[in-house]
Design a protein around this ligand. Structure first.
Ligand code: PRP
Length: 190
C-alpha cells in the first residue's frame, strides 16, 4: 500500500507499531471475554480518542456486548495538558443501571478525566464498573485511578496516533508515535 509521506512526516519516532497494538488489543479482548464469561457487557467509550481502540476491542471480545459513547472535554487546559474540569459534550444514550460496564479509554494521563467519569457513572448504579485503557502514563498521575485492564505503560512523552491527537490531527495514524518537537511550535495553541 502506498503511503502519503505528509501524514507521517511530523512523526519523530514510532513508539508502538500497528502489529504491536493489534496483538495487544486481541489479548485484552480475550482476557475481558474470559473475565466476563456468561455475562453481557456494556462498553462505554470516551470520545474522541478511544474511537479506534473501541472499534477494535469490541470485535476482539467474544461476548454479547452493548456499546454506548460519551464525549467529554476539559475546560481550559491546553492542547497537551488537561485541566481536570470536565464538561460532558455527549452523554450516555441509555441507562446502565444494573449492567456490567467497562469504560474504554485511549490514555490515562493525570487521571482527572477518569476520576470525574467514574464518579459520574457510579451515580448511574451499574452492577459493576471497570476501566480498560490502551495506554497508561503513570508518571503524570495526579489522582489515583484503579485501572483493571492496561494495554501499554508508556513514558512521559506526548504521543499521537491510533485515536490520539495533537490539534485534532494524527488520530488516523495506525501506530502510536512521538511528534517532532518543531511541530508543537508550528501548531501553537492548536
Ligand atoms: C484525552 C484522553 C483522555 C484524557 C486523559 O482526551 O482521551 O480522555 O485526555 O487525560 P487525563 O488523564 O489527564 O485526564 P482529550 O481531552 O484529549 O479528548 P479527545 O479524546 O477528544 O482527544
Amino acid at each position: 500500500m502506498s503511503e502519503d509521506a505528509s501524514l507521517h512526516a511530523d512523526v519523530a519516532e514510532i513508539l508502538l507499531t500497528e502489529d504491536e497494538i493489534q496483538a495487544k488489543v486481541r489479548a485484552l479482548g480475550a482476557q475481558i471475554g474470559a473475565d466476563y464469561a456468561g455475562r453481557p457487557l456494556t462498553l462505554v467509550s470516551v470520545l474522541k480518542g478511544s474511537l479506534p481502540f473501541m472499534a477494535d476491542l469490541m470485535r476482539a471480545i467474544e461476548l454479547p456486548v452493548r456499546i454506548d459513547l460519551m464525549e467529554v472535554s476539559s475546560y481550559g487546559g491546553s492542547a497537551t495538558e488537561s485541566s481536570g474540569l470536565v464538561r460532558i459534550l455527549k452523554d450516555l444514550s441509555a441507562s446502565i443501571a444494573d449492567e456490567d460496564v467497562l469504560i474504554v479509554e485511549d490514555i490515562i494521563d493525570t487521571g482527572l478525566t477518569l476520576n470525574y467519569l467514574v464518579r459520574y457513572l457510579r451515580g448511574k448504579a451499574p452492577a459493576s464498573l471497570r476501566i480498560c485503557t490502551l495506554l497508561d502514563k503513570p508518571a503524570r498521575r495526579l489522582v489515583e485511578i484503579p485501572v483493571d485492564y492496561t494495554g501499554f505503560t508508556i513514558p512521559d512523552q506526548f504521543v499521537v496516533g491510533y485515536g490520539l491527537d495533537y490539534g485534532e490531527l494524527y488520530r488516523n495514524l495506525r501506530y502510536v508515535g512521538v511528534l517532532k518537537p518543531e511541530v508543537y511550535s508550528e501548531v501553537a495553541g492548536g
